[in-house]
Design a protein around this ligand. Sequence first.
Ligand code: GLV
Length: 353
Amino acid sequence: MAEDKDRRAILTLGSAEFAVSEYEALRNRYHIDNIPLAGLVGHAGATAAIASAVAARAAAHKSPYVAFIKFFGTGVFYPFGADIFAPLTQNGCRLFCGAGAGYDNVDTEWLASQGAYYCNTSRAIAVSTANGALMLILAATRAASQADMSARAGKWRGDASTPGGLLPLGQDIEGMTLGVIGFGAIGKALAVRAQACGMKIIYYSRRRAPESEESGATYVSMDDLFTTSDVISVNCPLTPETRHLIGSAAFSKMKTGVFIVNTARGSIIDEDALIDALKSGKVSRVGLDVFANEPHIHPGLLDPSLAYRVTMQPHMAGRTTQSFVKGELELFKSLEEFMRGERPEYAVNDPEV
Ligand SMILES: O=CC(=O)O
């Protein structure tokens, strides 16, 4: 093994737990320091741990970290911006990779201003998240939440004393129009799956996808998507433009009885407006994997008068063993590309220097 001084140094928050042999191979080529997650408390704890790892390396006269990886399980330390990353960027770290698709809690613009890349792992979780969205589409259309509550309460198919009363018949999605908002890797994977179930797919995204990637889905305006969809699935990133994209104005354009599924980010939907739309019957049922104020869930969605029309999960759609293996491999791919002096394929920003 090369002397430590010859090996470029990487700092990680957490450690690989899925693509373990590939990680061991990296350890032979690079010097990797891990900050263990156990015992690390909150954003302040992670900030202090990174600062102290950088300082310890400098005190030992070792070359500074050139790359930083945050593994799965580090969402609890959000947000990741100047305060947490400055000790690294100030010492020349120019690659930041994070497990997961969303990067709404990472200041990628600030990293770019420091000359650093941020790379996500959105392809890795595309299949699992699309499967999770399809599961919620089926759950919403088949009234799965109400059926589950009724069975657990010993009420079989319900009665007047069960929230929602007698269980409604489910609705088959075959022949329904699915409106997909956001047509990245996840939206595309969902479109293919929903089509296999006989749905007609329309989508809206900032840019139309190349025809070869549309898999038969039709590009429409946002308004057309709102007015013609029987089921709407949110699959776009959370940005200042998409915050509360689905609010009272959007609900007023939708078909009465529409089904809504969100596996992207909670704040893309205005939850107060969603609760009003559920109460008025504009929205029939929803499948929610994400919430505006995680891990807290809007009390209106938990209220027994509505809960039976809401299938919910604690942000699980992208979390499978398989997607976590792929996610770690994507982190390593970005690292290797950067180490070879290339622009990493999964970089989401453009470093300024
Ligand atoms: O929500 C999950 C992710 O962003 O990876």
